[in-house]
Design a protein around this ligand. Structure first.
Ligand SMILES: Cc1cc2nc3c(=O)[nH]c(=O)nc-3n(C[C@H](O)[C@H](O)[C@H](O)COP(=O)(O)OP(=O)(O)OC[C@H]3O[C@@H](n4cnc5c(N)ncnc54)[C@H](O)[C@@H]3O)c2cc1C
Length: 416
């Protein structure tokens, strides 16, 4: 199979619409919601409704934090192939990624705060049955995996789910921390274990309504960046959910089979987080180019290296790094659309783009000197926002571990 990484023309309209929304709604409100942490960005309600409409019309498959659902329509022609590049499919993953890059050029925190676009919807779409899709599809869903004792090692979670035969409910007990959109979402997809002694195969996801009385908000985090996005910590105390809210099979499976199912969600979502880093880094590069131009420094790609100024050489090197991250990210999303196993590429993209985003943002701040560091510019904010993209959905170190395991053919038990 050949890969053509030119962006298909059919996405031009989607990219233009996402860019317009980013420029007209996200950018102008960016600083306000960074300063007013925990204030809900009301401008996003209208934008989210617009995105819902576009999703229904098949124009823009969720330019939000999620929308990776395998059930959404593919942007292909009748025989399932792309009109631009016959034999390949450019579907939901690519559409979502391209929209996200534009939106994160606008503001990562506000994008993450977009109603109905939470990461939980990706998990729901990946494993929900038809009845569950009817009940939960299209709702704002957050994702609660992390616990005080389980971050990178998500197989170590301690939240338990015990089946109550009398009421046909699962009873959840435990603690969940760092839940993006946890306070504002309608649903929270909670990972819990049916039997802690049975290992990874016993870990299941449960849809919990936000207003469930057994789910108590403990506190909201105050953060370095993405301050427009709420990050919630919860305690689950005898939190009862109907048995129909368990996503996927209730059987305790072979560790590999069961856990691999839940981990598959990450193959779709990691390229999206990588895309967020690509978007914010592009914003940094564009603004830095303008600031350098105002200072009389022109980027001349044709001048030989020995005649470049240090600032220009630095800028061109950053652009090359950005382009490499962008191409890896497009590749990972393209593979997901074409049902080609992409765990390796998804982690490579996330590792590369996560590191590039932080690095480029900080170097842009440095290149612009005091201007870059001041609140008169968004550069300092973007440098703060970029950090999380190298952390959640698996840290830099964890992505490298996954890449190493895949390349060396070693299991998680063999290389930890
Ligand atoms: C703003 C924000 C939003 C978040 N949103 C969500 C969310 O919506 N849902 C959710 O479930 N979680 C969420 N998280 C949690 C996030 O996914 C975790 O913070 C992340 O997985 C890392 O876990 P940890 O913080 O416990 O760090 P740890 O796992 O304790 O890791 C600490 C350090 O050790 C390194 N490390 C760990 N294990 C290894 C290893 N084997 N080899 C090498 N290095 C290693 C890590 O890379 C890291 O640098 C969010 C976090 C933040 C800060």
């Amino acid at each position: 199979m050949t890969i053509n990484l030119e962006v298909p023309k059919k996405f031009d309209q989607l990219i233009a619409q996402a860019h317009q929304a980013a420029a007209e709604v996200l950018r102008p409100n960016s600083r306000h919601y960074d300063t007013a942490e925990h204030e809900r960005p009301k401008e996003l309600d209208m934008l989210a409704a617009l995105i819902d409409g576009m999703n229904e019309g098949g124009q823009m498959n969720g330019a939000g934090a999620s929308g990776t659902g395998s059930r959404s329509s593919e942007t292909t022609n009748g025989n399932g192939t792309s009109a631009d590049h016959p034999g390949t499919r450019n579907g939901t993953n690519m559409a979502t990624l391209l929209g996200l890059i534009e939106m994160c050029w606008g503001d990562v925190g506000m994008l993450l705060a977009m109603p109905r676009q939470g990461l939980g919807q990706a998990a729901i779409a990946a494993v929900a049955d038809d009845e569950q899709m009817k009940r939960f599809g299209g709702k704002w869903a957050a994702m609660a995996i992390t616990e005080p004792e389980a971050g990178s090692d998500s197989a170590a979670i301690r939240t338990t789910a015990v089946y109550d035969e009398a009421t046909e409910e699962y009873v959840l007990n435990g603690e969940k921390i760092y839940v993006t959109s946890g306070d504002r979402a309608e649903l929270i997809v909670v990972w819990a274990t049916l039997d802690r002694s049975a290992g990874r195969g016993a870990i299941k996801s449960f849809v919990v309504e936000r207003d469930n009385p057994g789910l108590k908000l403990d506190r909201l985090e105050e953060k370095l960046g993405i301050r427009a996005s709420d990050t919630a910590n919860f305690v689950l105390t005898d939190c009862r959910v109907p048995k129909q809210n368990l996503l996927g099979s209730a059987e305790i499976q072979e560790a590999k089979q069961g856990f691999a199912g839940v981990m598959k969600t990450f193959d779709n979502t990691r390229p999206l987080v990588a895309g967020m880093a690509v978007g914010v880094a592009r914003a940094c590069l564009e603004r830095t180019r303008e600031i350098l131009a105002e200072a009389g420094v022109e980027i001349d790609y044709d001048a030989p290296p020995q005649r470049q100024t240090a600032a220009v050489a630095e800028f061109i090197a950053m652009e090359a790094d950005w382009e490499a991250a962008r191409l890896l990210t497009l590749q990972a999303a393209w593979m997901a659309d074409n049902k080609v196993p992409n765990s390796l590429q998804a982690s490579m993209a996330k590792a590369k783009a996560g590191r590039m985003g932080t690095d480029v943002a900080l170097r842009c701040v440095a290149l612009c000197g005091a201007t870059g560091l001041g609140e008169g510019e968004l550069l300092e904010k973007w440098a703060r926002d970029a950090k999380i993209l190298d952390l959640f959905e698996g840290t830099q170190q964890i992505q490298l571990l996954i890449v190493a395991r895949q390349l060396l053919g070693l299991s998680s038990a063999q290389l930890r």
